[in-house]
Design a protein around this ligand. Structure first.
Ligand code: NAD
Length: 467
């Protein structure tokens, strides 16, 4: 066995469901999926461990998180190997090694963010302070696209604030979820982080458990709505990081060659399977052909293939379900007469869930490829002549995670950014995140914030001490 495969072997069960490499179909391990009945025991463990963990002072919890980040670094290549084999992303580029390094960086940043007591009033007559207390047990439910780092985004702040965590990875990336939990647990006291496996019914049981005081949920809008419904019984607090359909608006004053790379990776990071990837590109008539040509020339040079091959920087889609979504939307665009600039011609007989890099030009804004979240490597490029129309189109969907404006003039870009209905608007880039900067959605992309001080506050109960 390859040395870096040791962690994958460690978290694979000897029996249960076969897990296949999405690039090759090869069996890489087995998972014994849990049932809703397993949730109570996991929550028990977390509930018992919580008072002791909360009793540590903040510095001690931060020190444990720092050791957890060191453990991630020590196992970085093994973690990257697991996620590459199970999720499909390439080892290189903005892929598996990048995700593993991001996990360590985020855990460290979470342990380094100061959260002092806020003195709200101190006028000689009265004094009011705002403290942030632990909630108790946090349920952490993750999707399959960035399965390690999203788990860290949920787990690290929850632990920092004195909560314990029950984590439920996506059923599509269970081995990766178990792997990151195993590595974090090398540095954490027993019971502080527990993983349960299984599908949506297990997630639902976690949301409904009366001892869970907070649910961190990252996934689709549809499931997010179910989580809201399921939470009505016990009212756990919710952070919902849901789907997006991010628009990018290019202004006529840009240099198409200069922005092509930023546009490409904004859209194709992780093969488009990224919540805040650029999913619709609005380009003015005056430079439309130049932008499309520059993107196509760049895209043609980007190697796609099996994730373990060091030369590749884009891999397959993670699963058949997502492949079908992308294929349906592109086929529909073709029927509507949109222009296929490149791609759109998958080889259904080839092994794995590969879908080629696809650029679709001259597409109507009303087409489903524009209006729905494709979550894959197929970018619609919509031509506009009136900037007001482009802003209206950008805002014309029911989600609002990210957006971007591309212009040589910062003031113009800022004025447009202020009008876009999205949790983050990037200027001359798309999708970059930073552990110091809060991240969250507008509209149906969810509510609540992750990262930075805001992210810490979101996994705690504010308490006012007055007098
Ligand atoms: P999904 O909603 O199908 O699943 C997410 C998780 O929820 C999985 O662990 C799943 O088992 C669980 N689940 C399913 N039904 C449940 C229920 N009734 N109760 C509780 N949990 C349940 O999403 P997915 O397909 O895994 O992920 C893709 C989606 O996630 C995309 O829409 C993407 O945009 C979104 N996403 C958002 C962010 C963000 O930060 N906003 C980040 C990554 C992905």
């Amino acid at each position: 066995m390859e040395e870096r495969a040791a962690l994958l072997a460690r978290v694979s069960a000897g029996h249960g469901t076969e897990i296949k490499d999405p690039a090759t179909g090869e069996v890489i391990g087995r998972v014994a999926f849990g049932t809703p009945g397993d949730v109570a025991a996991a929550v028990d463990t977390a509930a018992k461990a919580q008072p002791g963990w909360a009793a540590l002072d903040d510095q001690e919890r931060c020190a444990a998180l720092m050791r957890a980040a060191d453990a991630i670094d020590a196992h970085a290549e093994e973690l990257a190997y697991v996620v590459s084999r199970e999720q499909g992303k390439t080892m290189n580029g903005l892929g598996a090694r990048y995700e593993a390094a991001g996990c360590a960086a985020w855990v460290r940043a979470t342990a380094s963010t100061p959260l002092p007591v806020e003195v709200l009033v101190d006028d000689g007559q009265s004094r009011a302070e705002l403290h942030y207390r632990p909630i108790g047990v946090v349920g952490a439910i993750t999707p399959w696209n960035w399965p390690m780092i999203i788990a860290c985004w949920q787990i690290a702040p929850a632990l920092r604030m004195g909560n314990t965590v029950v984590q439920k990875p996506s059923e599509y990336t269970t081995l990766t979820g178990l792997a990151i939990a195993a590595v974090l647990n090398e540095a954490l006291p027993p019971g502080v982080l527990t993983a349960v496996t299984g599908a949506g019914d297990v997630g639902d049981a976690l949301v409904r458990d009366p001892r869970v005081g907070k649910v961190m949920f990252t996934g689709s809008v549809k499931t997010g709505m179910k989580v809201i419904e399921a939470s009505a019984g016990n009212m756990p607090r919710l952070t919902l990081e849901l789907g997006g359909n991010d628009a990018a608006i290019v202004l006529p004053d840009v240099d198409p060659q200069a922005i092509a790379e930023g546009l490409f990776w904004g859209a194709f990071i992780n093969n488009g399977q990224t919540c805040a990837a650029m999913k619709r590109l609005y380009v003015p008539d005056a430079i439309y052909d130049e932008v499309v040509d520059a993107l196509a020339a760049l895209a043609a040079k980007i190697p796609m293939g099996v994730g373990l091959d060091e030369g590749n920087v884009l891999g397959p889609l993670q699963n058949q379900m997502q492949w079908n979504v992308v294929n349906r939307l592109v086929e529909d665009a073709k029927v509507r007469g949109a222009r296929v600039v490149m791609g759109g011609d998958p080889d259904a007989a080839a092994p794995g869930y590969f879908y080629p890099k696809t650029l679709i030009a001259d597409i109507d804004n009303a087409a489903p490829l524009v209006q729905e979240e494709q979550f894959g490597p197929a970018l619609p490029i919509i031509r506009y002549t009136d900037l007001e129309q482009a802003v209206e189109w950008a805002n014309g969907v029911d989600v609002g995670l990210g957006a971007s404006v591309w212009s040589a003039d910062r003031d113009t870009a800022l004025a447009i950014a202020a009008r876009l209905q999205a949790g983050t608007v990037w200027i001359n880039s798309h999708g970059g995140i930073d552990p110091r900067v809060p991240f969250g959605g507008a509209k149906r992309s969810g509510y609540g914030l992750e990262f930075g001080v805001e992210g810490l506050k979101a996994v705690s109960v504010p308490q006012v001490i007055s007098g």
